[in-house]
Design a protein around this ligand. Structure first.
Ligand SMILES: [Fe+2]
Ligand SMILES: [Fe+2]
Length: 400
């Protein structure tokens, strides 16, 4: 096996290394927080999708960086808090006043600056004593390159950003930087060609969303399948937007909560993408062909975090599992294998989404799972048999 001769470069000392990773941590944490806040407000589906995909990458990167810091300097105060220069740059990101302005800053300045610092780090680290950093940074470079190529403005303008942000000082004993939450959402944004109405798509019948084998209706006719999958795509976007806002609005939650939310954001965006591809290929329709409505989204979003987890993850998604499996069975029997397979994947992804409800709902109830289950039961009492708030018949248009 041919290997390059090992060289001893003796690059950064351990503290310099930990400081570099701490700076990456602070920037990535701000990016995950802000991308989660802006995702629901970005109108174009492709942009929304990319934000969801990238924030999931970045959340996982943070977990790995935290792990590397633990390996390098435990116990210690790393990652501390960003010092003045980085704090000012993070403040600029935080001040963006539209999704477009945020994306321009994040993908035209911040991520390119992060990439530069990763490359400097890779060039100077010792490949033997610090091989764990080498492997981690190699992976992080590839991810950031992809992000910048997918959402970057093309030209990077690094004005104001240092050539090597890894070298910035950090404040070890300081309190963690506070993450500011954006104002609450009024409603999520959709592509300009999608009509948003109060009642959503009037074609959708309540029997599509009922969990009763006698009463549930699986869409089998072409026309109803078109409307059904269109509404399902919108329901996936709403699910991603709800999870993104759960993370954004609750920076006080443990880090693993944000990783779980980020994963679900990406899953739901992928589901949306799946439907956007399935519609033209199998059904002869496309995103934007029918109106969408946000009454169900609003009814869940109006609750606190515990209520959202109870109503969405532990009720809506939990009940959707039965419907997906029922739909799959009926469609397989009818020979619509491809569409049936979509439901099988949706069902598989739903299991960890339901678990997110139990895991974090229990956390919010002080670790008492029975107290959480009680809360879920109480909140379900106000729902009708489609899982929508009683008295809002069209709310089903945004559930799955
Ligand atoms: Fe989904
Ligand atoms: Fe889900």
């Amino acid at each position: 096996m041919a290997r390059p001769p090992d060289q001893l470069r003796l690059g950064y000392d351990v503290d310099e290394n930990a400081i570099r990773f701490s700076n990456y941590f602070h920037l990535l944490r701000e990016l995950v927080h802000l991308s989660s806040g802006w995702l629901p407000l970005a109108p174009q589906f492709e942009v929304k999708y990319a934000l969801g995909d990238h924030l999931h990458d970045d959340a996982r990167a943070i977990s790995k960086i935290r792990r590397r810091l633990y390996e390098l300097r435990h116990p210690s105060d790393y990652p501390g808090a960003p010092a003045e220069e980085l704090a000012a740059l993070l403040g600029r990101l935080d001040e963006a006043d539209s999704p477009a302005a945020y994306i321009e800053l994040a993908y035209g300045e911040a991520k390119p600056a992060l990439l530069r610092a990763f490359r400097v780090h890779l060039e100077h680290l010792d490949p033997v004593s610090d091989e764990p950093s080498l492997r981690l940074l190699t992976q992080l470079v590839a991810r950031q390159e992809r992000h910048v190529s997918e959402l970057g403005p093309g030209s990077t303008d690094a004005e104001g950003w240092p050539d090597d942000l890894g070298r910035l000082p950090i404040r070890l004993k300081a309190e963690p930087r506070e993450l500011r939450a954006m104002p609450p959402l009024v409603e999520p944004a959709r592509d300009e060609f999608v009509e948003v109405t109060a009642e959503g798509d009037p074609f959708l019948a309540r029997e599509l969303y009922i969990n009763d084998p006698e009463e549930n209706h699986v869409p089998i006719e072409p026309e109803e399948q078109r409307h059904f999958f269109h509404a399902l795509m919108d329901a996936e976007l709403c699910a991603a937007e709800l999870m993104a806002r759960n993370s954004h609005e609750h920076p006080e939650m443990p880090w693993d909560f944000h990783v779980d939310m980020a994963r679900q954001v990406w899953d739901e965006m992928r589901h949306g993408r799946l439907h956007s591809l399935l519609m033209p290929k199998e059904l002869g329709c496309r995103w934007g062909d029918y109106p969408v409505g946000f009454s169900y989204f609003r009814s869940v979003y109006a609750h606190d975090l515990l209520g959202r987890l109870a109503l969405f993850n532990s009720t809506s998604e939990q009940k959707a599992m039965w419907r997906h499996s029922h739909r799959r069975k009926v469609l397989v029997e009818r020979g619509q294998e491809q569409i049936a397979q979509v439901f099988d994947y949706l069902l598989a992804d739903e299991v960890p989404h339901v678990h997110n409800g139990t895991r974090w709902g229990t956390h919010l109830c002080g670790g008492d799972e029975r107290a959480y289950k009680r809360r879920v039961r109480e909140l379900r009492e106000d729902l009708d048999d489609t899982g929508a708030p009683a008295g809002e018949p069209q709310a089903a248009s945004a559930t799955s």
